[in-house]
Design a protein around this ligand. Structure first.
Ligand code: PRX
Length: 710
């Protein structure tokens, strides 16, 4: 079925290109090119001269990609040394006597520029504020738009420097030291990116937990990272709905031993009024929430802090942040990203993939709770001295024109969202985006899941007016930044395909069974990477063995992505699915094991198996099969209770759309649940279940089809 899917996508591409005479990309792939210095000039010229589609018919830029890509992987040390020199300011530059890249994928001990010293916050803010004899300080660093379209704020680089310094000083004032883990559970208010940057400034390690996670999930992450500090807000706002974040934090402290572990809970107030400052005190009774002894009112504390904080000198391999993500087991997996390599890769990919230019307003509408928010809301644009746009609300509030209205009002140049949002907005028709002036746009991005050609085309035509490049960026929490994507004006677009590897990324397709490299085109396999790159996560917090087993030892010598791909006849990559038990619901990565363990938390559930079901908007929805304990009866209330278990165990975004109560589950004789059978049944493909003879009780299949087939 994977090859059918891929064939359909390829067929769709031909359709999309039918208006533009396109030379075969395989011809482009075999052409030769100029040196890399000429490449930079050609590239810039190309950007100025031609927006997007022309790129496919001018092979100058494309062949420059091939040359630069080949150079980047034949001599990665030289490539990344040059990029680091160009893009980062070091307190102590990478020692000339050392190679850029230390360690290997085989050993799992990769380091970039160890011994070099820098500070990521200094790189993201100070040096731009100081640029051009201090005039850079007046450039706008961040534009924020709140839940209400009228609620906007903007901050220059000077203002960012002051505010982030004050927050950094407030954190220090509360005892946060270099190396401490600070858990951040916040809504998308300006203080969220600022607190992340403040942590980076003082060398604390931020661990942002998406504010849609439940108290159980938050508690598990606080415990796993042994974090003594939590930063939150009293409430979050989404489409006027108030989310009681502080109450959830209170609840999370009742889990594990968190009450003893956590020293301070620092609380921002969503509606704090700076103009009342004189009347406010840090321990005021007037706090709009029930203050506990550990709570600190952040706004008045921050406001009284000194507006400069000396940035901590960090080693390139010091930890910058932890971000938890889902894997095959129920335990949260804390990926660790380090200072120099991550910053370089965030800066490099932001500029390259989005053709970010001076003065551009860059809007990534992801939440900072996910890796997309880390790399492309907080770090990427700022490291390049650009303007990042931060969005608190939802694409549907007050109506389905919200994104387009924002683009018009703020003259956004680069807009970056997920296919699930595009698909849901498409349903409201073309007339909505037509009401807005979207002419400021030059690049549109897609991330998080494959974008189906129909949604791609809608985005390209209706939002980009058939003039903007659509970049389909494939990457992961683990990779730190884009690893496979097209590049505006340089490589061709192909709807449904994330196209070709980023510079410095040596992708290979491997045979899943043998681990052999699959050569040539029109082939399938698993996607792996043959060489280290700066943005790769270095370990799983407290569990390097798990890091090795998940990513590096499965196919020795390669980083294993966990994704299956098809490489088409032109050499372009299409992601076809995951090879582990990880789901992708509306671009959110959810482990089946996490949902299953929440379901069995219900006293009447004996066993549960969760699979993804194709969904026209969300990409996948969650279908759960449950076996009840002896004597329990199925009822509507019970189904509701089970959904509640998932909402409170993981978060509302992981709630199953379908729960099927079944007398038993399809187990092999060795006791493993055959999820493949369940996936096929919910997808309506029960006629191609494959071999079920190893099931302990094959007759269960008919019962399940009867109950669960669409
Ligand atoms: O399966 C791939 C899918 O999302 C996974 C990574 O999820 P996460 O770590 O949460 O990061 C999401 C944002 C980078 C991948 O293993 N994925 C991500 N981007 C794409 C994608 N699948 C297809 N096309 C993409 N552009």
């Amino acid at each position: 079925s994977q090859s059918i899917f891929a064939a359909l996508l390829t067929a769709a591409c031909v359709g999309a290109f039918s208006t533009t005479p396109a030379p075969s990309t395989s011809a482009l792939l075999s052409s030769t090119s100029s040196s890399s210095t000429q490449l930079c000039e050609a590239k810039d010229h190309e950007h100025a001269a031609s927006p997007v589609y022309d790129a496919i018919s001018t092979n100058t830029a494309f062949s420059s990609y091939q040359t630069r890509h080949a150079e980047s992987i034949s001599n990665p040390s030289a490539f990344w040394a040059k990029e680091a020199h160009k893009r980062l300011s070091f307190f102590t530059p990478p020692p000339k006597s050392h190679p850029t890249i230390h360690g290997s994928l085989e050993k799992g001990d990769v380091k970039f520029f160890p011994g070099a010293k820098l500070n990521v916050c200094y790189n993201a803010i100070d040096r731009h504020a100081l640029a051009r004899n201090g005039k850079g300080g007046n450039d706008v660093a961040m534009i924020w738009e709140g839940d209400e379209p009228t609620d906007t704020k903007s901050f220059t680089y000077n203002e960012m420097l002051e505010k982030v310094s004050q927050i950094a000083n407030a954190l220090k004032n509360q005892g946060v030291k270099k190396g401490d883990v600070v858990t951040i559970y916040m809504p998308m208010i300006p203080e969220l990116p600022m607190t992340m940057l403040a942590c980076a400034r003082i060398g604390a390690v931020h661990s942002v937990v998406f504010a849609g996670f439940s108290a159980d999930a938050l508690g598990a992450r606080i415990h796993a990272s042994q974090s003594q500090f939590v930063v939150t807000a009293d409430i979050g706002l989404r489409g006027t709905k108030k989310i009681p974040l502080k109450d959830i934090v209170n609840d999370s402290l009742t889990k594990f031993d968190n009450e003893n572990l956590v020293d301070k809970v620092m609380v921002y107030e969503r509606f704090y009024d700076d103009s009342n400052e004189d009347e406010e005190t840090e321990d005021s009774e007037a706090a709009p929430y029930d203050m506990k002894p550990k709570d600190i009112r952040m706004n008045p504390l921050v406001n009284k802090m000194k507006p400069y904080c000396v940035p901590e000198v960090m080693d390139a391999e010091d930890e910058l942040f932890i971000l938890y993500t889902s894997g095959s087991t129920g335990l949260p997996k804390g990926l660790v990203h380090t200072t120099g390599g991550y910053a370089l890769y965030a800066a490099f990919t932001t500029q390259t993939t989005f053709n970010l230019e001076k003065g551009d307003i860059f809007a990534c509408v992801a939440d900072c709770g996910w890796i997309t928010g880390h790399t492309y809301v907080v770090y990427g644009a700022l490291l390049n001295g650009g303007t990042t746009f931060v969005f608190e609300s939802t694409p549907m509030y007050p109506d389905a024109g919200r994104y387009w209205d924002m683009i018009q009002r703020h003259k956004i140049n680069v807009f970056y969202t997920a296919p699930t949002a595009i698909r849901s907005l498409m349903r409201y028709g073309d007339s909505i985006p037509k009401k807005y002036d979207l002419s400021s746009l030059k690049v549109l991005g897609s991330v998080g899941e494959p974008i189906n050609p129909e949604a791609w085309r809608w985005y390209y035509e209706n939002i980009g007016n058939s003039k903007c490049t659509v970049v389909d960026t494939y990457w992961q929490t683990e990779t730190g930044g884009h690893i496979v994507t097209n590049i505006p004006g340089v490589t061709p677009m192909k709807p449904g395909s994330c196209t070709l590897p980023m510079y410095g990324i040596d992708t290979v397709v491997l045979d899943a069974q043998t681990g052999e490299v699959v050569e040539g085109n029109d082939v399938e396999g698993v996607l792996a990477i043959r060489q280290p790159w700066p943005g790769m996560a270095r370990t799983c917090l407290g569990d390097h063995k798990r890091y090795m087993a998940t990513y590096l030892t499965q196919y020795p010598g390669y980083y294993f992505t966990g994704d299956t791909v098809y490489r088409d006849s032109d050499g372009f990559i299409f992601v076809t699915g995951r090879c582990d038990d990880v789901l992708n619901v509306s671009g959110h990565r959810i482990g089946t094991a996490e949902v299953e363990s929440a379901l069995v938390g219900h006293p009447l559930v004996a066993q549960a198996a969760v699979v993804g079901k194709p969904h026209p908007i969300k990409g996948q929805s969650i279908s759960a099969f449950v076996m009840l304990v002896e004597g329990a009866e199925e009822s509507e209330d019970l189904i509701k209770e089970m959904k509640m278990e998932v909402r409170s165990g993981v978060g509302p975004f992981a709630s199953p759309d379908q729960i099927v109560v079944s007398p038993s589950l399809p187990m092999t004789r060795s006791g493993k649940i055959m999820r493949r059978v369940l996936r096929k049944i919910v997808a309506g493909e029960a006629d191609s279940l494959g071999d079920v003879s190893t099931l302990a009780d094959p007759s269960i299949v008919d019962v399940l089809i009867e109950k669960a087939a669409p």
